[in-house]
Ligand binder design. Structure first.
Ligand SMILES: C[S@@+](CC[C@H](N)C(=O)[O-])C[C@H]1O[C@@H](n2cnc3c(N)ncnc32)[C@H](O)[C@@H]1O
Length: 373
């Protein structure tokens, strides 16, 4: 995290952080009415903004500020960083709304900054570490090569999941980040009706966050989680830690081939966007056979971040994720609701309804087999 250098001295005077910060939104994003140069400059600066955030997380800046406001010198001392650069970084982070000014020329974490702490509910620290990791950065930097036809990362066989397999620290960051993103999904799915539901299968269910939320709220439900072996081990520990191991079978294996039991609900959450259409069709056929055996009221719950329809003037978040998929996965992509409808149709499934998930950029698509009512 820190190379142990001690920095000494400081020069120049910096204005004290403001105690009542003015609204800062215009400095951190461009809007539809912005001049053309502002739109391009905003995109150019995205990389350096992320670098500042990553640096703050890497030197454990959020932990230094966890218990209350500090001056920039105190932050520098705790994080063993250069005091002048620390002061400049905190100023920038104030503009990015990660810290806010406090009396006595001090800084405190903003509500967004608190999400960079390791052990808070909804922590996004792992997301910062993952996106700043060498393979993720290399993949993003290589997007132009990918556009010219080179496979993402290094070869079609070298998917991010192969990388995660070889790098436990990166895998831990990935799984923790997925857990944070899955938390609102689990709450939203658990709040839906479960009458007549005996078995819920979660394919590629990560550490079991979504399934655990359902099992906690619905004592009659039994869960089945299918995951790659290394993640399945972790999921087993998490579910056992919540006393849910007796009600959840964990299948450590390949969701493309694992034998799925009959189920009244099958969940595919943030799974399909990692794959091209043919692989998605294979995964969906697995889901379909579990649903067909599960009875006429069985449903697939497919959760993804949906691209807006073409040319819609909407939030760019799903496009950011689509570019991330393009950089990382050979065939991965975000899709519009209509594209999912077509994809589902190819596997003998029918999209019934689409629902936004509160506190999440993801949507829930409710899907049935095409031959049920
Ligand atoms: C983007 S993550 C989503 C995890 C989880 N569903 C969630 O919503 O947080 C995709 C998951 O698919 C799993 N996965 C990838 N390939 C798989 C395979 N062939 N069989 C089973 N799981 C797989 C990964 O290990 C990873 O946990």
């Amino acid at each position: 995290m820190n190379d142990g250098r001690q920095f000494t001295g400081s020069s120049g005077r910096e204005p004290a952080p403001t105690t009542a910060p003015a609204p800062l939104a215009p400095t951190t994003s461009s809007g539809p009415g912005d001049p053309p140069s502002a739109i391009v400059r905003d995109l150019i600066k995205g990389t350096v903004r992320f670098s500042a955030l990553y640096a703050f997380v890497r030197v454990a800046g959020p932990q230094a500020l966890a218990d209350g406001p500090l001056t920039s010198e105190e932050v520098a001392e705790r994080c063993q960083c250069d005091p002048v650069l620390t002061r400049r970084m905190l100023r920038a982070l104030e503009a990015y709304r990660i810290v806010t000014g406090a009396p006595g020329s001090r800084y405190r974490l903003s509500p967004a900054g608190r999400l960079l702490l390791p052990d808070v509910s909804g922590s996004l620290r792992a997301g910062v570490l993952l996106n700043g990791s060498a393979p993720w950065r290399e993949a993003a930097a290589g997007l132009s090569e990918t556009l010219l036809g080179r496979p993402p990362l290094t070869s079609p066989d070298d998917s991010p999941y192969e990388r995660l397999q070889q790098d436990p620290e990166l895998a831990a960051a990935f799984d923790r980040y997925m857990t944070a993103l899955a938390t609102p999904v689990g709450e939203a799915l658990a709040a839906r009706g479960f009458e007549g539901v005996g078995t819920v299968v979660d394919l590629g269910g990560g550490r079991g966050t979504t399934l655990a939320a359902i099992l906690r709220h619905h004592p009659q439900v039994r869960g089945v989680l299918v995951e790659r072996p290394s993640v399945a081990e972790d999921a087993a520990r998490h579910l056992a830690g919540q006393g849910l191991d007796g009600r959840c079978e964990i299948i450590a294996g390949d969701m493309f081939t694992a034998a799925c039991p009959p189920a009244q609900r099958v969940i595919l959450s943030a799974v399909l966007h990692n794959w091209g259409d043919d692989d998605c069709a294979a995964i969906l056929r697995q889901a379909r056979s579990a649903l067909t055996a599960g009875g006429p009221d069985a449903r697939l719950w497919c959760v993804e971040e949906l691209l807006p329809p073409p040319h819609a003037d909407t939030d760019r978040g799903a496009f950011d994720l689509d570019m991330r998929m393009a950089a990382l996965f050979p065939q991965g992509r975000e899709r519009t609701a209509d594209e999912y409808r077509d994809l589902l149709g190819r596997a003998g499934l029918r999209l019934e309804t689409v629902h936004r998930i509160p506190a999440s950029p993801r949507s829930l698509m409710i899907v049935r087999t095409a031959d049920t009512r």
